[in-house]
Design a protein around this ligand. Structure first.
Ligand code: CA
Length: 230
């Protein structure tokens, strides 16, 4: 089962969610404000974060944005502000899902289960996955095979550089999610000395060109970075 971090300043609600997650077999850590949440994530590395929008210090949006600078774990936001949902999902902030308040515990648990299932599928694709090898990811004509490191378009193999391969693997693994240039630099260029924003832009531009019309599905997120919208 998973380690879930619950971030909610209303103590009764936080405890209620904790108890339900325990009953479903999960381990739970709790935080009651934004800064506490950031500290807990660094210390405990949870598999999933349930994050309330309204928090006393840093609000849920700021927390989500900060977490997305370094972390890929699913984030489910709790919010009463359904008018702002588009901002919360993917584009600006990078949450994976949201549950509108007031919500039923049953719905929250179902969303939690679904998010964790997606993570399990992702890790099967990654290193140390199934004995049969990680499963290929397909989006329409695009096929990325993490087992053989091969990428093909309509059945035709593409010649990608290692960085281009890592970029398309990340995009294809997390469709819809916005990645900041900083995140991409830090994750893909860790051992390189040239850590420049335009390094990312240059590689994305080349990757787009090689992907033909699928390249148009790598969308620029203004002021943030890129996301893949298959
Ligand atoms: Ca709250």
């Amino acid at each position: 089962m998973a380690l879930v971090l619950v971030v909610e300043d209303e103590v009764d609600l936080n405890n209620l969610i904790r108890d339900q997650l325990h009953a479903a077999g999960h381990e739970v850590e709790q935080a009651f404000d934004g800064r506490g949440a950031l500290a807990k994530v660094e210390k405990e590395a949870p598999d999933l974060v349930i994050l309330d929008w309204m928090l006393p210090d840093l609000d849920g949006l700021a927390v989500c944005r900060r977490l997305r600078e370094n972390h890929l774990m699913p984030i489910i936001m709790l919010t009463a502000r359904t008018d702002e949902i588009d901002r919360v999902l993917g584009l600006e902030v990078g949450a994976d899902d949201y549950v509108p308040k007031p919500f039923s515990m049953r719905e929250l648990l179902a969303r939690t289960r679904a998010a964790l299932r997606r993570v399990a599928l992702d890790s099967q694709r990654g290193e140390g996955g199934l004995a049969a090898g990680p499963a290929p990811i397909t989006h329409g004509p695009l096929r990325v095979d993490p087992g053989s490191h091969e990428v093909s378009l309509e059945g035709q193999p593409l010649a990608l550089t290692p960085k281009e391969y890592e970029l398309i693997l990340l995009f294809a693994s997390y469709p819809g999610r916005a990645f900041s240039r900083d995140f991409l630099l830090e994750r893909l260029w860790t051992d390189d000395y040239e850590g420049l924003d335009r390094t990312v832009d240059t590689h994305v531009r080349r990757l787009r060109r090689k992907l033909g019309h699928v390249g148009e599905q790598i969308v620029t997120v203004w002021g943030v970075g890129y996301r893949f919208v298959p």
